[in-house]
Write a protein that binds this ligand. Sequence first.
Ligand SMILES: [Zn+2]
Length: 86
Amino acid sequence: MSTETNASPFRAAVAHYIGTLRVEFGEGSSEFSRCACDSCGSTLAGSRHDANGIDDDTGDIIPLELCEDCLFFHAYGDEPEQWGDE
Ligand SMILES: [Zn+2]
């Protein structure tokens, strides 16, 4: 209620990994993986969803694998209520 200027740890992590890339989702396929999420760096094992990161400046398309939290964040703008707790 007082201050909402500080980015959440989740948003800070996404900004660190994704930067200004625009995220688009492909076929919606997903698979279980223990690899780090390309968007937030989470190493929690779970579903990874195929997506592309698009650099609007260069036109580069970078394949990404996103965790569930990032899927919802990039698709719907929903932030995970709890994130980063080991
Ligand atoms: Zn993630």
